[in-house]
Design a protein around this ligand. Structure first.
Ligand code: THU
Length: 143
């Protein structure tokens, strides 16, 4: 079941720039096999926007999603705190991040707003916990 949208769409102006950055990042995508373009835009705590796009290769399972590309790029640039991540695709409804990306967002992005856009550039805002309830995390690892 789809979780309840965290914030009203009146939040639109706050995240329209980030949503547009994710939409623009779709142009960078390399969806060689699926032809499904995905863009992500990660907003850091110092208001930098780091982009990601999906990247596919002939060994299909090594495909990287746009969200994880943006997050790992940011981490490798030394960024550790984030405010929001926007995700865009050509699907007419609101893009729903895959399970692997939900885990990575949940573990590495903290309490970010997750901005899901549709093909009309509208968006909905969710928390990581809404998208991945009862998530595995390092508290379950042996100390
Ligand atoms: N994809 C993403 O980039 N993010 C998602 O959250 C869903 C799926 C990509 C992976 C693959 O390149 C293509 O979309 C089709 O699954």
């Amino acid at each position: 079941m789809k979780p309840k949208n965290k914030k009203e769409i009146t939040m639109k102006s706050d995240y329209s720039k980030l949503a547009q950055a994710a939409i623009d990042a779709k142009k960078l995508a390399m969806p060689t096999y699926s032809n499904f373009h995905v863009g992500a835009a990660l907003l850091t705590s110092d208001d930098e926007i780091i982009l990601g796009c999906n990247i596919e290769i002939s060994s299909y399972s090594l495909t990287l999603c746009a969200e994880r590309v943006a997050i790992f790029k940011a981490i490798s640039d030394g960024k550790r705190k984030f405010k929001a991540i926007a995700i865009a695709s050509d699907f007419e409804g609101f893009i729903s991040p895959c399970g692997a990306c939900r885990q990575v967002i949940s573990e590495l992005c903290g309490e970010v707003d997750v901005i899901l856009t549709n093909s009309k550039a509208e968006f909905e805002v969710y928390t990581p916990a809404q998208l991945l309830p009862y998530a595995f995390n390092d508290s379950q690892l042996p100390s």
